[in-house]
Each structure stands twice: as structure tokens, then as C-alpha cells.
Design a protein around this ligand. Structure first.
Ligand SMILES: C[S@@+](CC[C@H](N)C(=O)[O-])C[C@H]1O[C@@H](n2cnc3c(N)ncnc32)[C@H](O)[C@@H]1O
Length: 283
């Protein structure tokens, strides 16, 4: 019985600590309670996102401002934090002054669901699974390809992270992918002559696969990868006497891809410029 009662008190204590911040904030109508990210996790989030002086970081639900203050103080970034709680905004402004980074970061009292995120090169979040999922369509639509998103503790369901790190807590990193799904047409100057390719790409977030049609044949796109606006894949070229790999690399800009194909290996390696235009989007 004594053992049961001590186990029970331990459970009550854990539950009390875990849920302690929730009621007050739930009453204030916020979507997420204020639970600050521990400094070592802040450091890991910013390291994983590779934050640097060229970055503009937006912290959605910025709490006491610690992520942005660290981003400015230790990584030289600029940015803005948004939170609904006026006390948190006041603390953040004061914290930024103390750290001497008020010229690089700002804090705004606003609903994160209404805040314009398109300026960000990095978005940081410590929210809740339901909030992450509600935000997901906007993250995909409004952020530029290549923008890094880091989330403390909670993922984005079937949008798999590009990287995951665990330093006391899980930290997830996503790189916003360009939209590459659909059919693309390219004409490639191969040594055996010009060849027209129709490239069909299927996409689920940053995961892509596809096929290529040419001369009434169909071949696979091998090792297809997408990271932000950078796409790469391999097509086997059978136009010459010996089959050779064509290593496609390119940058996606709207309905065009431009880049370089490496053909052959070692001293035999040649580079061919290529460009593809989208002729149909996936529905
Ligand atoms: C878990 S805390 C994270 C604080 C900080 N980003 C960190 O990691 O230390 C979540 C913050 O989101 C804020 N918040 C909740 N709902 C919000 C909303 N709809 N718009 C803006 N901020 C919100 C809360 O006030 C709280 O400060």
C-alpha cells in the first residue's frame, strides 16, 4: 500500500509539473502555453538550421525571446519574434536590450497565424503538434524554397524532416522544397546529337521520383533528390556505343530548371549545360 501511495504521489507530482502552465494560458486563449526552450536546445536548433549573419529568423510564439536573442548574439542573425502575450513581449524587448542586440531583432505582439512569414530565411517554432499541422500549408506556400524550419519537440507529421537531432529534446529541421511536380521538357546536347527529354516528376514534400521519356523509350530517374531549389538525378544515356550516366544538377526557378549535367568520369568527364521548362503541373 505504501509503495502504491508513493507511486501515486510521484504520478501526481509529474502530472502537476507537466500541466502546471496550461490552465492559466488556456484561459487567456493562447494556442500554446509558455514553456521556454532550454538554452542547450536553443543552441542546437540554431546550429542545425545553420543560422548565420545573412539570416532573417522568425520565431513563431517567441516567448521570452531567447531563441532570437541567441540567434542575434551568438550567430549574428537578424529577425523578429511574434507572441500574443504582452508580458512575454516586454521581457523579450528587455532581454534584447540587455544582450545589446536590439538593433538586430524586434518583437511584435500578434497572432502567429496572421503574421507574414514570407521574409524569413529561418523559422523557429516550439509550439504543439496541432498548431504545427495547422501552420504547415502556410509554411509550404509562403516560405521561399530553401528556407529552413526548425521545431523543438514536435514534427510536421508526414512531411518528414530533412534532419533530426536529439540533445536532451528532439529538434527537427526541414528545408522548404521548390515545387517540381509535373512534366518538364528539355533538349540536351549529347555527344551523339541533340536529344529531347520529357521528364515527369512526382513529389511529396521534398521526396521526389520520376521517369524520363525520349525516342519512344521510358527510363528511370535514379537518385532523385530535392533540397530547397536544388534538384539532382541520374539518367542512363544509351545514345552512344557504351551506356554512360548523366548526372543532372539544377536550380528550380518557377517553371524553369537550369543547371549542368556531368557526363563520364575522371579525365573523361564533360559538362553539358541544360535547361528544362515545365509543360504541365501535377494536378
Ligand atoms: C512553448 S512557448 C515557446 C517560447 C519560445 N519560442 C521558446 O522556444 O522558448 C509558446 C509561445 O507561443 C505563444 N503563443 C501561443 N499562441 C500564440 C498565437 N496564436 N500567436 C502568437 N503567439 C502565441 C505563447 O504565448 C508562448 O509564449
Amino acid at each position: 500500500m505504501a509503495r502504491f501511495s508513493s507511486l501515486w504521489s510521484a504520478c501526481v507530482w509529474v502530472a502537476a509539473c507537466w500541466f502546471a502552465p496550461f490552465p492559466a494560458h488556456a484561459q487567456s486563449g493562447y494556442d500554446v502555453p509558455f514553456v521556454p526552450t532550454p538554452p542547450v536546445v536553443v543552441e542546437e536548433m540554431l546550429r542545425l538550421a545553420n543560422v548565420g549573419p545573412a539570416d532573417f529568423v522568425i520565431d513563431l510564439g517567441s516567448g521570452d525571446g531567447r531563441i532570437l536573442i541567441a540567434a542575434a548574439e551568438k550567430f549574428g542573425a537578424r529577425g523578429i519574434g511574434v507572441d500574443l502575450d504582452p508580458d512575454r513581449i516586454e521581457e523579450s524587448v528587455y532581454g534584447a536590450q540587455l544582450a545589446g542586440v536590439s538593433d538586430r531583432i524586434a518583437f511584435q505582439r500578434q497572432d502567429l497565424f496572421k503574421f507574414d512569414i514570407s521574409r524569413a530565411s529561418v523559422v523557429t517554432m516550439y509550439l504543439l503538434p496541432s498548431v504545427n499541422i495547422k501552420l504547415r500549408p502556410r509554411l509550404l506556400k509562403e516560405l521561399k524554397p530553401g528556407t529552413r524550419i526548425v521545431s523543438h519537440d514536435f514534427d510536421l507529421e508526414d512531411w518528414r524532416p530533412d534532419q533530426k537531432s536529439t540533445v536532451r529534446k528532439n529538434v527537427f529541421l526541414w528545408i522548404v522544397p521548390a515545387r517540381v511536380d509535373g512534366r518538364w521538357r528539355a533538349s540536351i546536347a549529347l555527344p551523339a546529337g541533340e536529344r529531347g527529354y520529357e521528364i515527369e516528376i512526382r513529389q511529396k514534400f521534398q521526396e521526389i521520383d520520376g521517369l524520363v521519356r525520349y525516342d519512344k523509350k521510358i527510363a528511370s530517374l535514379w537518385n532523385a533528390r530535392l533540397s530547397g531549389d536544388h534538384i539532382s538525378f541520374v539518367v542512363v544515356d544509351d545514345s552512344g556505343p557504351v551506356e554512360t550516366n548523366l548526372y543532372f544538377d539544377g536550380r528550380v526557378a518557377g517553371d524553369a530548371i537550369e543547371g549542368v549535367i556531368r557526363r563520364g568520369v575522371g579525365s573523361d568527364q564533360r559538362q553539358i549545360k541544360w535547361r528544362a521548362n515545365r509543360i504541365a503541373s501535377a494536378s
